[in-house]
Design a protein around this ligand. Structure first.
Ligand SMILES: [Zn+2]
Length: 263
């Protein structure tokens, strides 16, 4: 990957944090706003402008030619807005390759027009739903968020249905991860109904994943664990699914796993 692009992404991540991804920063720093609070708007603006200037400097005009008139993504991706989660976890250069939609808790209904665009207009063959470990949105939805802004409350309310299957057993940390999986399952189930014709005709695969940066699944930090393909949640069946036919057995055994039984 181009060094400048990595830098650009790193700066983007810092800016996201600086601009107040409260859920992410709170959980990452034990409830205290650490690094983000020391970055002033002027600091952030310098990072943005310098970062973009570096990007321009390191990309020749040729680089932009391919997508000057149209975009060509191979995947529509919806993930949480969390600054720790980016398409670079599965694609080194997502520019022109990944159609990205983000909101707190990676919820379809909160951005359904954008997702429709990726599916109906850009015709991406995969709709990739990415939940993640230590998701602040899921954590917030598991507790009392009445003091949040009306807009945040409105978005978090959408997580109530996925979390209905939480039986309250186990440690908070265990329940938290299970609820992340449940939320991904919920979003996948919603999409396979919504895009039923495309899924049935084999033109679209709806894939549920959890990005694991704490090694909760024991498959290594940074692993994009596959938990659901078109509603199939049994790992043994996912491994045999035709959509996985090009993936090596070794990788299948690493990336296909889950904690819950699925809905
Ligand atoms: Zn999140």
């Amino acid at each position: 990957m181009k060094k400048a692009f990595v830098l650009f992404l790193a700066v983007s991540g810092m800016i996201s944090l600086a601009l107040g991804c409260a859920f992410a920063s709170e959980e990452a720093h034990g409830g205290h706003h650490a690094a983000a609070s020391s970055v002033t708007p002027a600091d952030a603006m310098k990072m943005i402008v310098d970062g973009n200037n570096d990007f321009v400097t390191h990309h020749a005009a040729e680089y932009f030619k391919e997508y000057a008139t149209a975009q060509h993504p191979f995947v529509t991706m919806i993930t949480c807005s969390d600054a720790r989660v980016h398409p670079t976890v599965f694609n080194a250069d997502p520019v022109d390759h990944v159609f990205v939609i983000r909101n707190v808790g990676n919820q379809i209904q909160n951005s359904c027009g954008s997702i429709d665009y990726g599916i109906y207009h850009l015709h991406t063959p995969v709709l990739l739903i990415i939940g993640h470990t230590h998701c602040g949105a899921v954590k917030a939805a598991m507790g009392n968020y009445i003091n949040e802004s009306p807009c945040i409350i409105n978005e978090l309310n959408g997580l109530h249905l996925p979390l209905e299957h939480d039986n309250g057993q186990g440690t908070f940390e265990e329940r938290w991860l299970l609820n992340v999986e449940r939320n991904v399952d919920y979003q996948v189930n919603f999409c396979i109904k919504k895009y039923a014709d495309l899924v049935k005709s084999g033109k679209l695969a709806v894939v549920g994943t959890v990005y694991d940066f704490i090694d909760a699944y024991g498959q290594g930090k940074g692993r994009l664990v596959i938990t659901n393909i078109n509603g199939i949640t049994d790992p043994a069946m996912i491994k045999q699914d035709p959509h996985m036919s090009m993936v090596s057995d070794q990788l299948k055994n690493t990336i296909v796993t889950r904690k819950t039984k699925g809905m």
